[in-house]
Design a protein around this ligand. Structure first.
Ligand SMILES: [Zn+2]
Length: 68
C-alpha cells in the first residue's frame, strides 16, 4: 500500500493503490482531510473545506452605488 506524508502532522498516511489525483483521504493521526495533488510520488495537501460544498462560485457583483 502506498504511503505519503501528511502536510499537517508529517505522519505517514496510507493511501489506496488506486487513488487518483483530486481524491481525498483522511489522516489517521490528525484526522485532517487531505487531497491528492500529485501521484508520482503521491503528494497530499490540506483539503480546503469552507463548509460550503459549492464549487465554481461566482463572485458577487458589487454594482450598487450609494446614491439616493
Ligand atoms: Zn496528519
Amino acid at each position: 500500500m502506498p504511503t505519503s506524508i501528511c502536510p499537517e502532522c508529517a505522519e505517514e498516511v496510507f493511501v489506496d493503490a488506486e487513488i487518483e489525483q483530486g481524491d481525498t483521504v483522511n489522516c489517521d493521526e490528525c484526522t485532517s482531510k487531505l487531497v491528492v495533488v500529485g501521484l508520482d510520488p503521491i503528494e497530499l495537501d490540506l483539503y480546503a473545506d469552507d463548509g460550503n460544498g459549492g464549487s465554481g462560485e461566482d463572485d458577487f457583483q458589487y454594482g450598487y452605488e450609494d446614491s439616493y
